[in-house]
Design a binder for this molecule. Sequence first.
Ligand SMILES: Cc1ncc(COP(=O)(O)O)c(C=O)c1O
Length: 382
Amino acid sequence: MNSQFVPGIDYRGLVAQHGSPLLILDQAAIRRQYRALSAALPGVTLHYALKPLPHMGVVDVLKAEGANFDLATNGEVDLMREAGINPNECIHTHPIKRDSDIRYALDYGCNIFVFDNPVELQKFVAYKQQARLLLRVSFPNPETKVDLSKKFGCTPEMVLPLLQQAKALGIEVIGLSFHVGSQVPNAKRHVEAIEACNELLRQAEAQDLALQVLDIGGGFPVDYAGGELDIDAFCAPIRSALAKTPEGIRLLAEPGRFISAPAMTSISSVMGKAERFGRTWYYLDDGLYGSYSGQLFDHVFYPKSTPYAKGERHPAVLAGPTCDSVDVIAEEIMLPELELGELVIGKMMGAYTWASATEFNFFRRTSILVMDSDATALKAVA
Ligand SMILES: Cc1ncc(COP(=O)(O)O)c(C=O)c1O
């Protein structure tokens, strides 16, 4: 296994200076991923979905790249405001909001929202002079563990009736959106959803309900086995489907994971070890309640390495620091003998990791050290 995330990075030196555990965010990787997806989806405006890694170190570099943003909560509004992002470059994509959430986003200046049902639509009667809506359509996807259409989106059959209702209420719906699930194995469901939406856009126009936007959501995957996913090849069928979208429709996407996952590396240290049930258990200072939370919530196993440990490998257990028995990162992992203080590196840990970490047992959320391997300079600890 490749033990280095950025060639030459001195994990021990970083821990000596900043303590353990640590997360290292490489802005160069964010930049690289954003550029690769932009090139693979020409003509599609990318709104980085903040949820997988809502951190200023990501926002800053994407702002410099000219990216747009997808926000969904008041905290994410605050982050955009603090970063000085133009609210016209943001869309608010949470299909279910409180009235106060709508007002909070409008007060910031973000005026594009998502709805998927009549109750949510009613909430916009009071804001119909300012707000414009995208109607989220559900396209269930059994091929992913994160099937967001289980929770959100109207059926394709409901689209025209909901557009009619909005028109009757005087609320402007500007387009359709969908999310075919996160970390999809192939682009099949994106293509099916685009084809279905292309047809719905035509039907809407025929009924004098013309729309201007199609938002194809997120879902763009990464390779958690440690390789690099060919995003251009992945997007080729999506490009073909979008080529058939009716003339004049503006295209958006809300990529999250693809942009942030490869950009963050975890460094944790062995804080204890014990022999139990014929295995050596290594207890790390970060775990499932912390930076490895995505293992539970996002169903992902991250590539791990022990770059400084030498010697024969034995089956071992890697556990987190909390008192809970669920806090086990790997039950059957082949590792060399690790001494107390030895470092364990987790890669591809930028999406749905730190963002969903808890502070259970008062283990504080791990600090993020921002660097830019293009500039070879460490920036700040946040
Ligand atoms: C509305 C919305 N947009 C975008 C995303 C980002 O998806 P992904 O990380 O799969 O690209 C999510 C993820 O939950 C989402 O809920």
